[in-house]
Design a protein around this ligand. Structure first.
Ligand SMILES: Nc1ncnc2c1ncn2[C@@H]1O[C@H](COP(=O)(O)OP(=O)(O)O)[C@@H](O)[C@H]1O
Ligand SMILES: [Mg+2]
Length: 583
């Protein structure tokens, strides 16, 4: 809880004023029945009109003060809660931005979104409600009990019987309902992730015509939520009848015993009405407290999950890097006995830590073009991700220009290594804005240069608004091949010493791809280029080709060497050549 103090401190005045102003409302609420009793006892019984008017005015002023207090209290409570949530949200967001890929994998993107939005809103609502009711409900309870005792101690004894009885009953309801509400919360989470998955994957779901399947999965989650909700509310609805019963029985008792006192003249008649009001107030505040407790279960669960995010250790940082000033200047890459797995022994959730890459050693000279080829899932992407340190090696080391990548500052390392991811994304904004991710200060000429090298200038200029064309979210309005070319241009604009293309031309036709390769060879002669490809034609001109098989290097060599000496390579070559002939 200590860690959340810093979100309260800047707004401590609101956090204080909220509850304090609500107290004025409480004071008014317990005073009003007493004023009313006086009007009846003194004014009505003795026909004292001027007293009635005077008391009426006092009541009016009290009501006005209450109103101001109530509005103020609600305002400051809302202000405190909303500010708290905004600061917390921005901290959680910043934390998530620092997350390594491995950290994100551990939470899943969907769950992170739920934590940043839904969970924080839950906490915000709890704070708002808490600040308003924190003093109000107990205040009203205590205030009403005191007033009742001051007014008529004998009659107030009834409360001493009712309060424990009702508390016990409500306590029992909460005791049964609380775990059921926790289940409801879990079901809501499950439903949220369902929705998230279905929306993110909407296109794929449609293209695989899995719509009805998804609907079924959704229906099941929804049904489970409904059942859990009904189970919880079956208990909660008991609250109201119990409460009504208590209220009616108590009122009956008050009227019975109080009525006798009135008859015997030991109790003024006005006190009787006031007394009934106090009874209602006491029972109401008990009820409200119970509801707050129940409601907070969601927020507590949310807070727990936000804390998890904030407490996560970012497993990849450059804090201890020893060569923070170093920049990638030549682009030579050396892998020394590198092993890597996505799951660390303890967090695999039962998954065996099978290494994705084992004992890789090879060397890429500065300025070389290197192709990587191998069946899907053999570890090509995993291998190149180690160079800009998207993940860290488990064993061995990766060196760029003779320095372990872990010793660079992340900024300098990633400035020197341009990578076009296999799962590439563009962001909403214009094309020019997207390309400027590579170089914020780039002018239109350099943007065009980079784009034409990636064979993107042609189609971009064809758009009516050219480079100012808006890409709607993630670039859904350009084709797959166009998107790939824009992503390449974005990486080129960075003028990196090392350029990695992870299957980045898979959706581009062979002629265009050859054109891009030609431009690379001419314009980016000194840049070290690593090209992962499915097609042998994409890599056959490379200085060397790495053939991968199940996380290991099967062979390294030029196209000719591999054709002569590597069976795996020859097989791929033959299957692709025969396909091309038959096509
Ligand atoms: N983020 C990840 N978390 C866990 N396992 C992964 C992740 N990414 C890839 N893998 C696994 O690692 C292996 C190698 O994947 P990858 O390097 O992407 O292969 P390639 O790029 O050659 O197709 C595969 O078995 C894949 O299932
Ligand atoms: Mg891959």
């Amino acid at each position: 809880m200590k860690r959340y103090r810093k979100y309260i401190r800047p707004y401590w005045k609101s956090f204080l004023l909220g509850p304090v102003l609500m107290v004025t409302e409480v004071i008014g609420e317990v005073l009003l029945p007493a004023f009313m009793a006086n009007i009846i006892n003194i004014g009505a019984v003795r026909h004292d009109i001027s007293y009635i008017v005077k008391m009426g005015l006092v009541m009016l002023v009290t009501a006005l003060v209450m109103m101001v207090g109530g509005i103020g209290g609600a305002y400051f409570s809302a202000r405190a809660a909303i500010s708290f949530a905004a600061d917390l949200r921005s901290d959680v967001f910043r934390k998530v931005q620092d997350f390594s890929f491995r950290n994100v994998d551990a939470f899943s993107t969907g769950s992170l979104i739920t934590r940043l939005t839904n969970d924080i809103t839950q906490v915000q609502n709890m704070i708002m409600m808490g600040l308003r009711l924190l003093l109000r409900a107990p205040g009203m309870l205590i205030g009403a009990v005191i007033m009742a005792f001051v007014m008529n101690p004998q009659l107030a004894v009834i409360l001493l019987v009712v309060i424990p009885l009702l508390s016990g009953a409500i306590g029992a309801v909460i005791f049964i309902a609380y775990p059921r509400f926790e289940i409801v919360q879990k079901k809501i989470d499950a439903l949220n992730s369902r929705i998230q998955e279905a929306l993110v994957g909407a296109r794929i779901i449609k293209s695989f015509v899995r719509g009805s399947f998804e609907e079924e999965k959704f229906a099941r989650s929804n049904e489970e939520l409904k059942e859990a909700g009904l189970r919880a509310f079956r208990v909660v609805i008991l609250n109201m009848p119990i409460m009504m019963l208590a209220m009616n029985v108590t009122t009956l008792a008050v009227v019975w015993f109080g009525g006798r006192q009135v008859l015997f003249g030991t109790m003024p008649v006005g006190d009787l009405t006031a007394f009934t009001t106090y009874i209602v107030q006491v029972l109401m505040s008990l009820m409200i407290l119970a509801m707050v407790l129940l409601q907070s279960s969601r927020a507590v669960a949310g807070l727990k999950r936000i804390t998890e995010v904030l407490d996560t250790k970012v497993d990849l940082s450059d804090e201890d890097a020893s060569e923070k000033e170093a920049v990638v200047s030549r682009g030579e890459i050396v892998f020394e006995d590198v092993s890597f797995s996505y799951y660390k022994g303890d967090q695999g959730g039962g998954t065996q830590a099978v290494p994705v890459l084992s004992d890789l050693s090879f060397r890429i000279e500065a300025g070389e073009t290197v192709g990587i080829i191998g069946s899907t899932g053999c570890g090509k992407t995993s291998l190149v991700q180690l160079i800009p340190r998207l993940y860290d090696v488990d064993q061995g080391r990766v060196c760029v220009d003779g320095i372990d990548v872990r010793e660079y500052s992340l900024r300098n390392l990633r400035d020197g290594v341009g990578m076009v991811l296999q799962k590439n994304v563009l962001f909403s904004g214009t094309i020019a804005e997207n390309l400027r991710w590579g170089d914020e200060t780039a002018d239109l000429d350099s943007i065009r240069m980079a784009a034409s090298c990636a064979c993107a200038d042609g189609f971009v200029s064809g758009f009516p608004q050219g480079y100012e064309t808006n890409l709607s979210q993630g670039g859904v309005n350009v084709s797959g091949g166009q998107k790939q070319r824009l992503c390449i241009a974005r990486a080129l604009l960075k003028k990196p010493r090392i350029l990695i293309l992870d299957d980045s031309t898979s959706a581009v036709d062979t002629a265009t791809e050859a054109e891009i390769r030609r431009c690379f060879a001419e314009e980016f002669r000194d840049t070290t280029k690593i090209i992962i490809a499915q097609r042998i034609t994409s890599v056959m001109d490379a200085d060397k080709i790495i053939v991968m098989e199940e996380g290991r290097i099967a062979a390294i060599g030029t196209h000719e060497e591999l054709l002569a000496g590597c069976d795996a390579y020859r097989e791929i070559h033959e299957s692709q050549m025969s396909r091309e002939v038959s096509a």
